[in-house]
Write a protein that binds this ligand. Structure first.
Ligand SMILES: [Ca+2]
Ligand SMILES: [Ca+2]
Length: 446
C-alpha cells in the first residue's frame, strides 16, 4: 500500500464517520411522541388532492400489545409549523374488545401524495380519549339535550310536538303524530364540505295515518329561516320558510323520505332527490326509489355520499344502494349554500318523524387510501436512534455499521475518481444532477 492509498483510506474513514453522523441525525428526526406509549405503527395516507380536516375511517385489528378495549389508542401528526408531533382527534365508532375497532381520525392536513400519521398504543394505564364531537364535522346521538347542536325552526312554535328531544329514549322527534306540524333542524357543524359530504342517520316514521315525511336538506340557504324564523307544514317537508302563511324559497337540495302522495309526487312512499331553487315545493324529483321502508314504524339506517367535485350522489337504505346519480341538478345549481339539516312535517295526515345517530363528515370521490405500517416498539426505536427500522442494535453498533459502509463506498468512489480525467468527472456530475431533477419532476407529476 503506497502513501497515496493510505492517505485516501484515512480521508475515506473520516468522510465515512461524517456520513454516519449525518445518517444518525436524520433517523433521530423520527420522534417518539410520548414515552408512556410503548408501540406505534405508521399510517401512510395517499391523497389525490389537498384536504384539510379530513376524517379518515380506519379498520384496526387488535394485537396483544394494545388494551383489549382499545382505550390506549392515540393518533399523532407532525405539525411542521409547530415543529412537533401532536395528538389529533379520533373516535372509535364501533368495536369488539380484543378483536377489531372502526376508528375515525381527523387529519389536519393532507398533501397530494403520501402523508404519515402515527397510531400509538401499549399504555395499559391510559383511558380512552375517543371523541366524536372533535373528530366528526357533526355528531349527535341525542343522549343529552341537543339544543346547542342545532338551529331549530318550527311551524306552530309547539315545542311539545315540533323538534322535541326524547330524553328517555335518546332520540329526536321532528314531529310527533299530530296534524299540521313542521320543523327544520339545521346542524351546527364545523368544516367546509367544499369537496362533498358523508352523512349517516337512523330514522323511524310511523305511528299515525301516514304523512308527510322527512327531508335531509344539504347545501341549503338558511337565510330565509333566519329572517322569518318559521317553517311551513305539510308536503314541502319544512323545506321552505314561512312568512305570515306564505312560502319563502330557501334554495338548496334534499333527500326526501316522502310518505304522502301530493300532486307533484311520483309515488306515495319513496326516497328521492329534490331541489328548491325555483319553487318552495319539492316538485322536481331525481333518482326516485319507491319503498314502504319510509313509513313502516321501524328503525332504518340511511347513508348518503355526495361529491361536490363530480356532482355524484349515492344513497344507501339499510346498507343497500338505492340511488346513484350524477349531474342533474347539482351540476346546474352548484353547492354554494351551507345549510345541512333535517326537515319533518305533518298535514291533514300525520306520523311520528324520529331521527337518531347523526354523523356528518367531509367526503370526496377521490377518497384517500391508507396503509398500516409495521409495529415499532419504543425500545427498538430508542436503540436504533429513533429509526422505524428498529433492529434492536445499540446506537454504537449502528454508528459503526453506517461508518464502515460509508467509508467503503467513499473509498471505492475516490479510487474510481483517481482513474478518470477531471473533464469526465464534471460531465458525470452534471448528468447525474439532470437525472435527479428528472426523477424529482416525475415524482411530483405522479
Ligand atoms: Ca340515541
Ligand atoms: Ca309528499
Amino acid at each position: 500500500m503506497n502513501g497515496k492509498i493510505i492517505a485516501i483510506v484515512v480521508i475515506a474513514v473520516l468522510l465515512g464517520s461524517m456520513g454516519a453522523s449525518l445518517a444518525h441525525g436524520e433517523v433521530k428526526a423520527d420522534t417518539w411522541w410520548n414515552s408512556a406509549w410503548k408501540y406505534k405503527r405508521a399510517i401512510t395516507i395517499s391523497s389525490q388532492e389537498v384536504l384539510n380536516g379530513y376524517q379518515l375511517s380506519l379498520n384496526i385489528s387488535y394485537n396483544g400489545h394494545m388494551r383489549a378495549d382499545f382505550g390506549d389508542l392515540r393518533f399523532t401528526y407532525y405539525n411542521t409549523s409547530a415543529g412537533a408531533e401532536e395528538s389529533i382527534p379520533y373516535w372509535i365508532e364501533s368495536k369488539v374488545n380484543g378483536a377489531w375497532a372502526r376508528v375515525w381520525v381527523k387529519v389536519p392536513h393532507l398533501n397530494v401524495g403520501a402523508n404519515t400519521v402515527y397510531m400509538y398504543y401499549g399504555n395499559p394505564g391510559a383511558g380512552s380519549e375517543s371523541n366524536p364531537d372533535t373528530t366528526m364535522s357533526f355528531y349527535e346521538n341525542f343522549s343529552s339535550n341537543p339544543d346547542n347542536k342545532f338551529w331549530i325552526y318550527r311551524y306552530n312554535n309547539d315545542t311539545a310536538n315540533e323538534g322535541v328531544w326524547n330524553s328517555e329514549n335518546g332520540n329526536f322527534y321532528l314531529t310527533t303524530s299530530e296534524y299540521r306540524m313542521g320543523c327544520m333542524a339545521f346542524m351546527k357543524y364545523h368544516g367546509s364540505m367544499a369537496h362533498g359530504f358523508y352523512v349517516h342517520f337512523r330514522y323511524m316514521i310511523g305511528g299515525g295515518d301516514g304523512a308527510d315525511g322527512i327531508a335531509f336538506a344539504f347545501y341549503k340557504d338558511m337565510r330565509p329561516y333566519e329572517i322569518y324564523k318559521r317553517v311551513t307544514s305539510g308536503g314541502d317537508l319544512a323545506l321552505s320558510a314561512n312568512s305570515d302563511g306564505s312560502m319563502q324559497i330557501s334554495p338548496g337540495y334534499a333527500v326526501e323520505l316522502d310518505t304522502y302522495l301530493n300532486n307533484f309526487d311520483p309515488y306515495r312512499d319513496y326516497v328521492g332527490i329534490t331541489d328548491t331553487f325555483s319553487t318552495p315545493l319539492p316538485s322536481a324529483h331525481y333518482g326516485t326509489y319507491e319503498t314502504n321502508k319510509v313509513d313502516d314504524g321501524h328503525w332504518h339506517s340511511m347513508d348518503i355520499y355526495f361529491s361536490a367535485d363530480t356532482s355524484h350522489i349515492c344513497v344507501f337504505l339499510d346498507n343497500e344502494k338505492i340511488i346513484d346519480l350524477t349531474g342533474v341538478p347539482f351540476a346546474k345549481y352548484g353547492c354554494n349554500y351551507t345549510g345541512f339539516g333535517f326537515g319533518g312535517a305533518t298535514g291533514d295526515s300525520d306520523d311520528n318523524h324520529i331521527i337518531d345517530d347523526v354523523i356528518l363528515t367531509e367526503y370526496t370521490d377521490k377518497k384517500p387510501t391508507y396503509i398500516l405500517g409495521k409495529e415499532v416498539s419504543q425500545k427498538a426505536s430508542e436503540s436504533a436512534g429513533g429509526s422505524t427500522a428498529g433492529g434492536g442494535l445499540g446506537n454504537y453498533m449502528w454508528y459503526i455499521i453506517i461508518g464502515v459502509v460509508a467509508a467503503a463506498v467513499t473509498l471505492v468512489v475516490l479510487l474510481l475518481l483517481r482513474r478518470r480525467p477531471p473533464q469526465a468527472h464534471i460531465t458525470q456530475n452534471y448528468s447525474q444532477e439532470n437525472y435527479e431533477n428528472m426523477q424529482g419532476d416525475n415524482y411530483s407529476n405522479r
